[in-house]
Design a protein around this ligand. Structure first.
Ligand SMILES: Cc1cc2nc3c(=O)[nH]c(=O)nc-3n(C[C@H](O)[C@H](O)[C@H](O)COP(=O)(O)OP(=O)(O)OC[C@H]3O[C@@H](n4cnc5c(N)ncnc54)[C@H](O)[C@@H]3O)c2cc1C
Length: 503
């Protein structure tokens, strides 16, 4: 097969392509129907973070089967245009993968061709400064990760407030809004987007920004998997690289109410240099009960500024932290992005585990003690030793008016998420049930939860009343999706059983 658009050397040669497809495109597409099952299965799942994967065949009421139609690794924009021509000719759909870290495995869709952006325009090689888009603007393709981008930026003493986990792809992260470093004060990562390049469902290649194709630009900042086109390149504003310091305190879970109330109270007026998180996890995993960790990460220009930010917190601890030689408390210790990425990797569920996440924004009207009462059950009853629950301070960003032309319009002072993590398939039900119960209980009074973040959501389990956007943004997003992708070529939100719907 000729390859006029780029070099596919070194990749598997997908030669089993139907005649009509071969005529239409020069890009190799691996087809389920004509390739050995194992090879196809591998291509579909090898970069999926969550080991709980939708089966091709066996369905459960909670987790219906999804049987993709094909797999394609585009290297160039022309590859994507060619693939879209095939998809349109065959009346199929397209799903997209950047980093493969969607908890709900959104890139694996029934009867769709999966566009895997892993090597698109050279992957990491696509990262370069884009001075014509503004001072300090960097561009990259979408499978590039936060850690890869920040490694590049460090050489220019700049950084991007990307995700905390080093290997999350910027594609899924930014389209959902992006709760990146110091989001509480620096705002959403998608606010740093100055433009995107896309290929539309008609195969048109466009640049989108505040003044050009501005409705697609609106959608690129918060539509998540509902973005009605393929993003090929992000243009991102960067910020000066700041030194980092951190205080970290471990507490017994019996002190939960006291600690949660304390951290809720101090967060809105804490120094704007501080990111503030409270996590429940088994530390070490052999311990009989979860431990609470309060983490204060400072991005200040000097050690004295970091001390000024962290000292009032240190002086106001409401009870003595617990500590062990392996897990000592810290006060204003130097750290760095690479060190924090390494800590995230060590602390996160490794690939090789089954996971299920869910999340909610809690109402700003709740008092600190009401927040503590609402969250205590989740924080203290983690279903397995690898599971975690997290509260992330969002005030003052949550009190700011967000930029108008942005789909993301939902947030509150309190971000709460859980990550059930387990090893054996036989625990699927138990872990699902735990997550379901946590959120059913919180939803009971109709006042505690006000919305949800796409990044940790799974609509097959809970649609959170579709409060992922504000009302205005949601209506506009629906219009933009209808205008740019009326046939639904890009798979969009995964709800229910796609295979069953098809009949
Ligand atoms: C360990 C871990 C840590 C995390 N930490 C954070 C965090 O700190 N902050 C945060 O906000 N989120 C976080 N998340 C959530 C994460 O941002 C989302 O799961 C995100 O969707 C992952 O992006 P991805 O590109 O890796 O995923 P993928 O599964 O590759 O993509 C997810 C979906 O995004 C869409 N998409 C991706 N690329 C494109 C494209 N080029 N064009 C069109 N659509 C596209 C598709 O619908 C795709 O199915 C974390 C997730 C994990 C697993």
């Amino acid at each position: 097969m000729s390859d006029p658009h780029g070099t596919h050397a070194g990749r598997p040669s997908f030669d089993s392509i139907t005649a009509s497809l071969a005529q239409a495109t020069a890009v190799p597409i691996l087809l389920r129907t004509t390739n050995p099952q194992l090879e196809f299965h591998d291509a579909i799942f090898s970069r999926v973070f969550n080991l709980r994967r939708p089966s091709f065949t066996s369905s459960s009421p909670n987790y219906p089967a999804r049987l993709p139609f094909g797999y394609c690794q585009p290297l160039t924009v022309s590859d994507i245009v060619a693939c879209i021509a095939v998809v349109n000719a065959e009346k199929k759909r397209i799903s997209v993968r950047s980093g493969g870290h969607s908890w709900a495995c959104w890139s694996v869709r029934h009867d769709a061709i999966l566009l895997d952006m892993v090597d698109f325009e050279g992957g990491v090689g696509s990262i370069r400064w884009e001075p014509e888009f503004g001072d300090g603007v960097v561009g990259c393709s979408t499978a590039v990760t936060s850690a890869q981008l920040n490694e590049f930026l460090e050489k220019g003493q700049r950084m991007f407030p990307g995700g905390h986990c080093p290997d999350v792809g910027l594609g899924g992260f930014l389209l959902q809004g992006g709760m990146g470093w110091n989001c509480k004060n620096w705002g959403w990562a998608c606010e740093y987007m100055v433009g995107v390049d896309v290929v539309t469902a008609d195969g048109e290649v466009l640049h989108c920004n505040e003044t050009q194709n501005e409705d697609l630009f609106f959608a690129a900042r918060g539509a998540g998997p509902g973005f009605p086109a393929i993003v090929t390149r992000f243009y991102l504003r960067t910020v000066p690289l700041l030194p980092m310091w951190q205080s970290l305190y471990f507490f017994d879970i019996v002190n939960f109410n006291e600690i949660q109330e304390w951290i809720v109270k101090l967060s809105p007026t804490a120094s704007p240099t501080l990111e503030i998180v409270l996590v429940s996890a088994f530390i070490p995993q052999s311990s009989p009960a979860p431990t609470l960790t309060a983490v204060f990460t400072s991005f200040a220009t000097s050690h004295s500024d970091a001390l000024a930010a962290l000292k009032p917190i240190h002086d106001s601890l409401p009870c003595a932290p617990s500590s062990s030689p392996d897990h000592p408390n810290r006060f204003c210790q130097a750290t760095s992005l690479p060190a924090e990425y390494a800590a995230q990797l060590a602390g996160n569920a490794a690939p090789g585990f089954r996971t299920r996440s869910d999340n909610a924004y809690l109402s700003n009207d709740l008092s600190p003690s009401q927040i503590a009462s609402a969250l205590k059950p989740a924080f203290s009853t983690l279903p397995t030793k690898q599971s975690t629950a997290l509260w992330f301070a969002m005030n003052p960003t949550s009190r700011r008016e967000l930029p108008g032309n942005m789909a993301l319009g939902m947030h509150s002072d309190h971000y709460f998420s859980v990550y059930a993590v387990w090893k054996d398939q036989q625990d699927d039900e138990k872990c699902d049930e735990w997550v379901r119960e946590v959120f059913d209980t919180l939803e009971e009074d109709g006042k505690t939860l006000v919305g949800s973040y796409l990044g940790d959501a799974d609509f097959q389990f809970r649609q959170a009343g579709w409060r992922f956007w504000g009302g205005k943004e949601r209506s506009k997003l629906e219009e933009v999706r209808k205008k740019w992708d009326p046939r639904g070529l890009v798979c969009g939100f995964l709800v229910g059983d796609e295979a069953a719907r098809e009949g």
